[in-house]
Design a protein. Structure first.
Length: 147
């Protein structure tokens, strides 16, 4: 089963059963962001977590197996997305990418933030001027080595 077919099955089952990403994450025993990412084809779940997600969605063992398979990360993404929310994240990187790079290098030295040893949370924060989206990313710093 392809990751595209897997994602379609999961989204259909999620919608028809009224299940939230948070509920699937609880079933998986993993974070909401990571579980959602795996269900959307961008990560793989451990076998026990995959089985629990498939069960929560009343989907069969083929879905559980597909959830454990490694992903070709970013394969479904277009070069420049037209989807407004995703585009805004690209825009943030276009505008603030050089700033983030400069600040990280000033504080840590030359290197990168890992997207492998990484966690992320998405929260809603009440605000009288309109609710806010709070995204926290925490990745291990990996310094460039010299040789």
């Amino acid at each position: 089963m392809t990751k595209t077919a897997l994602t379609a099955l999961i989204l259909d089952a999620k919608k028809s059963r009224g299940v939230t990403w948070a509920a699937l994450a609880t079933a998986a025993g993993l974070s909401e962001v990571y579980t959602t990412s795996a269900c959307l084809g961008e990560n793989a779940l451990p076998a026990d977590s995959a089985a629990r997600v498939a069960t929560a969605l009343d989907l069969g063992p083929a879905v559980a197996t597909a959830l454990t398979e490694f992903a070709n990360k970013g394969e479904a993404a277009s070069t420049v997305t037209k989807e407004p929310l995703q585009y805004r994240f690209q825009e943030i990187i276009y505008v603030y990418g050089p700033t983030l790079k400069a600040l990280i290098e000033e504080k840590f030295g030359a290197g990168i933030m890992s997207a492998i040893d990484f966690t992320m949370t998405v929260d809603r924060v009440a605000d009288p001027k309109g609710d806010r989206v709070k995204i926290e990313m925490c990745g291990k710093f990996l310094g460039y080595k010299t040789w």
